[in-house]
Design a protein around this ligand. Structure first.
Ligand code: HEC
Ligand code: HEC
Length: 444
């Protein structure tokens, strides 16, 4: 009898071991897999994996904006469609810019510049670095922001948008209603959407885009609208709201799931070098990065002050709202405990971006990491009492810093973001910009 129970138990143990993926039990990286699972917010490796994208139901979404493939396809075109640039401050910029002017794949869906330029900019260069002010535009007419353009990559994994998290009606913004000033872009929060959707609604106006009827009512676009929003009555089909929902759906589909680290999580142990694995181990252990950068996108919906510099310098065009922007989350909530705190950014495809921190004060990934490990603020206007407890000196050797930098630079790098770009636009326009200089640089 005892013997039988013993056999059954061993069989059960064996079966459960086979049922799990082999890597956790037999792989050479077992200790690393165990470490990461233990540090993941869900306590599992799955808690660190980005959705693959082949099954839309696996991508985090707003219940008020369910994903479908036509919506994503429509959003992809709307995000890049320079034909929507119909509300410029000067008619010379008509049809020349798009959302992607400041968030394009070549710069990891950031802008490629310390300060992105939409309306009133010209040129592109190779990855956006060549964009500059059109000299016919006075600086106060140009579409620029007082802070670095963050990426829209992996935005599905964030409930709130912008460095201060002001967009989004759910999560940490519940209770902030008194700051949703009627008439301001923030009032879009009253529609009740999550951040990605709310930002797209607000951004459409802020960035001087509009509904170009003849273009959108043409067959190609009309059919996409009908398939994306099958329940919308014809008179409520081609609306700013639906364009924004489609753009948000597209943004949610932008996942860096082909990065080596993501492949490693799914069991491919040979995609990362020993140095990179060591960097990963440091990230989730001694260097304490996981305390703030965690989950599939290595971000969080938390806000911290690291005392980084604001967007300043001779290359920066003065933009409205600069004083509030410097206050981070506090500029939105007006609460003293939130002052100078910024949202924890995701960490994929930074290599494409060139500038780091909300004020783009670093031009190299290793320098950001060294700054964090040093634990000394660079911005004197941030009171030390606001700084995060996690912002303190951590001793790593030069080799350890190199390994950590290698992990972030290369293992968190999806080399095929161009899969998210349209082949062409129904308008036939050049994108992400359509001014004559950009056309020469990108489209001829
Ligand atoms: C002039 C450049 C520019 C243009 C054009 C632009 N953006 Fe942005 N975008 C920014 C900047 C700068 C921020 C950060 C603003 C802040 O945090 O206060 C931002 C923030 C965002 C965010 C939040 C990301 C995050 O991690 O919080 C999303 C999403 C986004 N933009 C999408 C869009 C969409 C959609 C459009 C078109 C409707 C657009 N952007 C057009 C510059 C631009
Ligand atoms: C206390 C929470 C916290 C910890 C711990 C932390 N970070 Fe961050 N990290 C942030 C915040 C917040 C920002 C944005 C700060 C800003 O722009 O003012 C940031 C920004 C960054 C950036 C720049 C990203 C960009 O797009 O501009 C990198 C790179 C980075 N962190 C890497 C690391 C690494 C590596 C570690 C571990 C050594 C680490 N961080 C530890 C909160 C944290």
């Amino acid at each position: 009898m005892k013997f039988n129970i013993y056999i059954i138990l061993s069989l059960l143990i064996l079966l459960s071991a086979c049922g799990k993926e082999d890597r956790t039990n037999f792989s050479k990286d077992k200790d690393l897999y165990d470490l990461l699972a233990s540090k993941s917010p869900k306590g599992t490796l799955e808690g660190l994996m980005l959705a693959k994208g082949d099954r839309l139901s696996h991508i985090p979404q707003d219940p008020k904006n369910p994903l479908n493939s036509s919506k994503i396809q429509l959003g992809k075109l709307m995000f890049h469609e320079t034909g929507l640039a119909i509300d410029p401050q000067n008619s010379i910029s008509m049809n020349t810019y798009s959302c992607a002017s400041c968030h394009h794949a070549e710069a990891g869906f950031q802008s490629g510049k310390r300060q992105g330029i939409g309306d009133g900019g010209e040129g592109f260069g190779i990855s956006g670095e060549g964009r500059h002010r059109n000299s016919n535009y006075p600086t106060n007419k140009i579409d620029v922001q007082p802070i670095k353009s963050p990426t829209v990559l992996n935005s599905a994994y964030q409930k709130l948008m912008l460095w201060n998290g002001q967009f989004g009606a759910t999560d940490k913004n519940i209770g902030t209603e008194s700051n949703w000033a009627p008439g301001s872009p923030i009032a879009n929060n009253y529609l009740g959407y999550e951040g990605v959707e709310t930002q797209a609604l607000a951004g459409f106006d802020v960035h001087r885009l509009g509904i170009k009827k003849d273009l959108l009512e043409d067959n190609t676009y009309k059919l996409l609208f009908e398939n994306a929003f099958p329940d919308a009555p014809p008179q409520a089909l081609i609306t700013t709201q639906n364009i924004a929902l489609a753009i948000a759906a597209y943004e949610r589909s932008l996942l860096s799931n082909a990065a080596p680290y993501q492949k490693w999580l799914r069991g491919d142990e040979n995609v990362m070098t020993t140095a990179q694995k060591n960097g990963m181990k440091l990230f989730f252990d001694k260097a304490q990065c996981y305390q703030c950068h965690n989950g599939p996108a290595l971000n969080s919906n938390e806000f911290y002050a690291l005392g980084m510099q604001d967007l300043e310098g001779s290359d920066i065009i003065e933009a409205a709202g600069a004083d509030d922007a410097k206050l981070g989350r506090g500029g939105f909530t007006k609460l003293s405990q939130d002052m100078y705190k910024f949202k924890v950014p995701q960490l994929y495809n930074l290599r494409d971006a060139i500038f780091y921190g909300h004020g783009a004060s670093f031009d190299n990934i290793a320098k950001v990491i060294q700054y964090k490990l040093e634990g000394k603020k660079e911005n004197n206007s941030v009171p030390s009492t606001q700084l995060s407890h996690f912002f303190k000196k951590i001793d790593l050797t030069d080799t350890e810093i190199e390994n950590l930098t290698d992990f972030i630079t290369n293992s968190l790098y999806d080399a095929s973001l161009s899969r998210y770009l349209p082949n062409s636009l129904p308008s036939g326009n050049c994108f992400p910009n359509n001014d004559s200089l950009s056309k020469k640089e990108i489209c001829q």
